[in-house]
Design a protein around this ligand. Structure first.
Ligand code: CP
Ligand code: NVA
Length: 310
């Protein structure tokens, strides 16, 4: 199991299939009986550093850490010396002496890797340009709650082949799902991630499909998922992307093409009227608020395993 002070969570691929299933089981227990775990991290301190904005990640980690009895420190890079040029490695060497884990939201994945190399404590990826593994844990728990056993389910992701798509490809494949990603040409997930997801799917009996045909990808899907067309850091491309992504909206038409019991997911924040319609996000198939809630439970499970306190 995921245990020990030197383990990091930089990618969903850092978990074996068994560790992933175990984390989801633990999250389910934490959700059912939070009081049983109230003191598990007593005496510890966990720092969170945000180099990009956040609502869900910041608040769910802060509340989750406090509810396990530890002290959360939520910090933006602008208020740290990081914002004045101190390196991420030196920041890590210092934090190593004060806190028991660091949660980092940043741009390049290499910043997480540099931090992990500089500090002996667990480092958690709270979103990078490359992946959003904490989101993926909550997503998989939500699918399991609503659709049961993950193995064999078809998850279709519509939109940009971004950080969220990468984690879903890797995590979904690890859980034995078939993950279909439909993007406009030129916005596909990066080939290295697709190849890795294909290898995992081959071992686990799932599948990976990357296509530019949104309508075909929605057919028969058990889960329909979307995310913003312009991620944090891509604001200057937002207008151009609105045109390019027109055919990739999660609309009622997409829901009608999917399985009857399809669930609709979005990591949030949503740009209503762009990647998802009001009708769909507020409709009977939407599980987006459960999905947001599950960030709390899955991240608590993750911290308990990383700090060996489960
Ligand atoms: N889904 C997600 O990570 O949301 P925030 O950007 O609000 O943390
Ligand atoms: N892909 C989005 C996810 C936000 C939670 C972004 O990186 O901005």
């Amino acid at each position: 199991m995921l245990r020990g002070v030197t383990r990091d969570f930089l990618s969903i691929d850092d978990l074996s299939p068994d560790e992933l299933a175990d984390l989801l089981d633990l999250a389910q227990k934490l959700k059912a009986s939070p009081g049983d775990y109230a003191d598990r991290l007593r005496g510890l301190a966990i720092a969170m550093i945000f180099e990009k904005p956040s609502t869900r990640t910041r608040i769910s980690f802060e509340v989750g850490i406090a509810s396990l009895g530890a002290h959360p420190l939520a910090l933006s890079s602008a208020e740290l010396q990081l914002g004045r040029g101190e390196t991420i490695e030196d920041t890590g060497r210092v934090l190593n002496r004060y806190v028991d884990a660091v949660v980092l939201r940043t741009f390049g994945q290499e910043r997480l890797e540099l931090l992990a190399r500089a500090a002996d404590i667990p480092i958690v990826n709270a979103l990078s340009d490359f992946e959003h593994p904490c989101q993926c844990l909550a997503d998989l728990l939500t699918v399991r709650e609503h659709r049961g056993d993950l193995s064999g389910l078809v998850l279709t992701y519509l939109g940009d082949g971004n950080n969220v798509a990468h984690s879903l490809l890797l995590g979904g494949a690890k859980a034995g799902m078939t993950v279909r990603v439909a993007t406009p040409p030129g916005y596909e997930p990066i080939p290295q991630v697709v190849r890795r997801a294909e290898d995992i799917a081959a071992e686990r009996g799932g599948g990976v499909e990357v296509t530019n045909d949104a309508a075909a990808a929605c057919r028969g899907a058990d889960v329909l998922y979307t995310d913003v067309w312009a991620s944090m850091g891509q604001e200057s491309e937002a207008t151009a992307r609105t045109l390019v992504f027109q055919g990739f909206q999660l609309s009622q038409q997409a829901v009608d093409a999917a399985a009857e019991q399809v669930i609709v997911m979005h990591c949030l924040p949503a740009h209503r009227g762009q990647e998802i319609t009001d009708e769909v996000i507020d409709g009977p198939h939407s599980v987006v608020w459960d999905q947001a809630e599950n960030r709390l439970h899955t991240q608590k499970a993750l911290l308990l395993r990383l700090l060996d306190r489960a």
